[in-house]
Design a binder for this molecule. Structure first.
Ligand SMILES: Nc1ncnc2c1ncn2[C@@H]1O[C@H](COP(=O)(O)OP(=O)(O)OP(=O)(O)O)[C@@H](O)[C@H]1O
Ligand SMILES: Nc1nc2c(ncn2[C@@H]2O[C@H](COP(=O)(O)O)[C@@H](O)[C@H]2O)c(=O)[nH]1
Length: 188
């Protein structure tokens, strides 16, 4: 990666606001998303090449992946191809990863990975946000009781001091924090 290129890594538990931040960064700053690959089936309304590249086990195995994880029984991975595709549009790009992926990005990309750990203290608030978003109650319960999501509620020790924590209780505060982060990156 070139010296002035950065990947903003958004991580944290389900419903903490990772996608909302990604949308904000895209709309306000033209920061494109790195689309990742998964073998999980598309959910209603999801399109190949928009939310994910949907893969079979065979096509997933052929990708040049920077990292891959198993999450809730499916494979997920981010490819160098997708990162380069996004970096061709802009020097700052964003990606949503679980915390295991965020640790790998920090290790592999060093100062080029800006890790933002999203959190919301009250788990019931998270549940309500997901229900309000339209998720089915059973899907919400399944997700928030998964071992991966429980793990992702807490900043992993490998990222302590290496990630910026965003307490996304209040969206206006989150926007201010994000604006400051982007200002620092673009002032460099
Ligand atoms: N600060 C906030 N206050 C209230 N609602 C919020 C806030 N931030 C985001 N939301 C809402 O909470 C819901 C969950 O946010 P979002 O989809 O961005 O989370 P996520 O971390 O990407 O979730 P997932 O991991 O399940 O994809 C959305 O409906 C979003 O509009
Ligand atoms: N380490 C990686 N994590 C990824 C990748 N793509 C998505 N994710 C994370 O997986 C879970 C589940 O996502 P869902 O869309 O099925 O609900 C979530 O935490 C994502 O952030 C990836 O390439 N690598």
């Amino acid at each position: 990666m070139n010296n002035n290129q950065y990947v903003i890594v958004l991580t944290g538990a389900a419903g903490t606001g990772k996608t909302s931040v990604q949308d904000y960064l895209q709309q306000k700053y033209g920061i494109p998303r790195v689309i990742t690959h998964t073998t999980r089936p598309p959910r209603p309304g999801e399109k190949n090449g928009v939310e994910y590249y949907f893969e079979t086990d065979a096509s997933f195995a052929k990708l040049h992946l920077l990292e891959k994880v198993e999450y809730a029984g499916h494979q997920y991975g981010s490819s160098w191809e997708a990162i380069h595709r996004a970096l061709q549009q802009n020097n700052i790009v964003s990606i949503v990863l679980d915390t295991k992926g965020a640790i790998t990005y920090k290790k592999e990309l060093g100062k080029h990975a800006i890790v933002l750990f999203m959190q919301v203290d009250n788990q019931n608030e998270l549940r309500q946000r997901m229900l309000k978003r339209g998720d089915k109650p059973a899907a919400v319960e399944h997700r928030i009781t998964s071992k991966e999501d429980i793990r992702d509620l807490v900043l992993p020790k490998q990222l302590v001091g290496k990630a910026e924590i965003i307490n996304n209780e209040n969206w206006q505060q989150t926007e201010i924090q994000l604006d400051n982060i982007i200002k620092k990156l673009t002032d460099n």
